[in-house]
Design a protein around this ligand. Structure first.
Ligand code: AMP
Ligand code: ZN
Length: 664
């Protein structure tokens, strides 16, 4: 046997063992023997780099580091799913379906795996790339990370279509999740909250060797492409299995909604025996021809429906209600619970939202309460078990003063929350505002973290974010856990932030209700901070998407003497208080008043750049075509439904080149 043959046969053998172990859960050799073979292959590959193969089983251990994930446009959009909660919902859905298609409708029922969705592209049987769902239209390419997941085949078996996408969910089974948390507990690190978030966070790790250490799995459920060689969803699952993918066997072909409900009821109980988390069932019209006739709404396929399992509930004792002060001064009541297991995690705290919520449910310390975990990480209290209320219990008296600074709380009309008005003297507000200022989407100050900000404030080194710019290395060196190098990085990071564009600074100021998008709108419209500071309410609300609430908040912010001082200090330190000249030069009003839709893949600019061009030139980007659409910029592979809609409504379609010429 030549070296090349030896390498190929080892690869083939290891692939098969890998498949037996991770996809079929049925290993046929010992781990030890597997390792011996893997090492043999590794050493052959090392001495013969000429036979390199990006899909070799030796590359599962990762090592590739991705600095920036490329954005990739999905060839087939990744839709969301509509939700149903009752038999009636399903019957209504069936009625809608039967109006649109003829003949018998069968349904494939599958479990709804709770993880992070992924789209894998295969060409000639090998994995070409893996892309996250992103916004459904485009996602991040995370191929290096996905290759480390052992149940993802790098090379397909048997017959396969020449090129196709396959969709699935990356999940982190409970066992692996708990093990990861045990290790973190030992290391004294903060625990991961739940398997889903940890799975989705894993996809975006920069070092694929770190991903390889996580026991992730990939469960597949949908194939997209041409000439696939099957005509129903149920067949496609079998086809995927034959190609070597992990497709859970729970899937079932049913012929009526009653049978669908049986499936739901069965799995509502038995899901607790599964090794990974599921949050419902997905029901799909089985016949692909019928699926095509049904098509999609703006958000989801008409041929599929999710049926959510009822959120899990437990009851436990409410030991104490405490109050947190946020960066805007908003007070959040928190329920401190007797720790209890719920949906695979230990729950110790639950959100109580606001005073009304507490009053409505008459929640009291010492009560036995029902806790439910929906999609959010923080569970909520949904009811009190009055039969267990201890004698002598008293209604909760909502605090009247700030738990941090004792200032009397206020509650504005129409606002559910209480606020501490001590804007400049309340510690969590001061710290929170600076933490927001330095955060990634705002000033993104490298080398400075939230805890250090708290230390800086508590040590009296800074009072507001403008003070950051006076900090020297000698100021910060005495802080806890601050070494020479980190002190230097911190100061450098602060200096570098002076170049951050105006719109992000505006967002970083932490004006209530001025989020990222609003900050962009204001920056674009007014161009300079002074213009915003001098604007009247009427003037502000004339800006697209700015309402009363935002306008008043902006006025309030800029009328404060303290804030005026801070802005002057920022100006003095050389921060960007206006749009850069370069950006200004690129902005025009050419497209003013126009509503423009973009669709397809573009050659000379990315979709994001194209949208930015439209906005910079005064136009508005709209996601769907209507009679108000001025025109549609079409790239390659534009969706046929968009095309048809544009034609019916008589919306003109222009090419990428013509559009770019228009701007010249
Ligand atoms: P949602 O995010 O709630 O709109 O639900 C849609 C998501 O469910 C999809 O993006 C998939 O990631 C996920 N999903 C999980 N299991 C399945 C399945 N068997 N079929 C289709 N989608 C699924
Ligand atoms: Zn306070």
């Amino acid at each position: 046997m030549s070296v090349e043959q030896k390498i190929n046969s080892l690869r083939e053998e290891l692939r098969e063992h890998n498949y037996n172990y991770y996809v079929l859960d049925n290993p046929t050799i010992s781990d030890y023997d597997f390792d011996i073979k893997l090492k043999a292959l590794q050493s052959l590959e090392e001495t013969h780099p000429e036979f390199h193969d990006a899909n070799s089983p030796t590359l599962r251990v990762g090592g590739e580091v991705t600095k920036n994930f490329n954005t990739v446009v999905h060839e087939h959009r990744m839709y969301s799913l509509d939700n149903s909660y009752s038999k009636e919902d399903l019957l209504d859905w069936e009625k809608r379906i039967k109006k649109m298609v003829d003949g018998q409708v069968n349904y494939t029922c599958e479990l709804k795996y709770d993880g992070a969705s992924i789209s894998l592209t295969y060409e000639n049987g090998s994995l070409l790339r893996a892309v996250t769902r992103g916004d459904g239209t485009q996602g991040d390419e995370v191929t290096a990370n996905i290759k480390t997941i052992n149940s993802v085949p790098l090379q397909l078996k048997g017959n396969f279509p020449q090129k196709f996408d396959i969709r699935g969910e990356i999940v982190l089974p409970f066992e692996g999740f708990n093990k990861m948390n045990e290790e973190r507990l030992e290391a004294g690190e903060e625990l991961y909250r739940n398997p889903r978030n940890t799975a989705s966070g894993s996809l975006k790790l920069q070092n694929s060797a770190e991903v390889a250490k996580r026991p992730l799995e990939c469960l597949l459920y949908s194939i997209k492409g041409n000439n696939l060689g099957f005509s129903s969803q149920f067949e496609s699952l079998e086809k995927a299995r034959q190609m070597g993918f992990k497709v859970p066997k729970a899937a079932k072909l049913t012929t009526s909604i009653d049978e669908v409900l049986e499936f739901v009821e069965y799995w509502d109980i038995h899901r607790h025996d599964l090794p990974y988390e599921t949050d419902g069932v997905v029901i799909k019209v089985n016949n692909l021809q019928q699926q095509e006739e049904l098509g999609y709404t703006a958000k989801a396929p008409r041929w599929a429906m999710a049926y959510k399992f009822k959120a899990e509930q437990v009851s436990t004792r409410l030991n104490e209600i405490t109050y947190q002060v946020g960066r805007t001064g908003a007070i959040t009541p928190v329920a401190n619970l007797e720790p209890v297991e719920l949906a695979g995690t230990t729950v110790k705290r639950a959100s109580l939202h606001n005073a009304d919520q507490i009053e409505k449910l008459d929640i009291r310390e010492g009560d036995e309460v029902y806790v439910e975990k929906g999609g959010e990480i923080i569970p909520k209290i949904i009811a009190v078990d009055l039969s267990k209320r201890p004698a002598g219990s008293v209604p909760t008296l909502y605090i009247a003063h700030c738990p941090e600074c004792e200032t009397e709380l206020i509650r504005q009309e129409g606002d559910a929350k209480h606020y501490c008005p001590n804007y400049n003297g309340c510690n969590p507000q001061i710290i929170g505002r600076i933490q927001h200022y330095i955060s990634r989407k705002a000033m993104d100050i490298e080398g400075l973290g939230g805890e250090t900000v708290a230390l800086l404030v508590n040590e009296g080194l800074i009072l507001d974010y403008s003070d950051l710019y006076t900090l020297t290395k000698d100021d910060v060196l005495p802080l806890e856990r601050m070494a020479d190098k980190s002190a230097e990085n911190l100061v450098n990071g602060i200096v570098a932030s002076k170049q951050i564009p105006f719109e992000r600074l505006l967002f970083g100021l932490g004006i209530r209700y001025v989020g990222e998008t609003v900050a962009k709108k204001l920056a674009k419209h007014y161009k300079r901070i002074d213009a915003i500071a001098n604007a009247s309410v009427e003037d502000l609300i004339s800006v697209d998407e700015i309402g009363d609430r935002i306008a008043e908040s902006v006025i309030e912010f800029f009328s404060s003497e303290a804030n005026k001082d801070i802005i002057e200090k920022l100006r003095h330190h050389g921060l960007q208080l206006e749009i850069s000249a370069e950006k200004l030069a690129n902005q025009t009003d050419i497209l003013k008043g126009l509503s423009i839709v973009v669709s397809g893949v573009f050659q000379s600019v990315s979709r994001t750049e194209l949208k930015k061009l439209i906005e910079d030139n005064g136009g508005k980007v709209s996601s769907s075509i209507s009679s108000k659409t001025s025109f549609l910029v079409a790239g390659d592979k534009m969706g046929p439904s968009k095309l048809a809609k544009a034609e019916t409504l008589g919306v003109s379609i222009i090419s990428e080149n013509d559009f770019l010429l228009k701007l010249k």
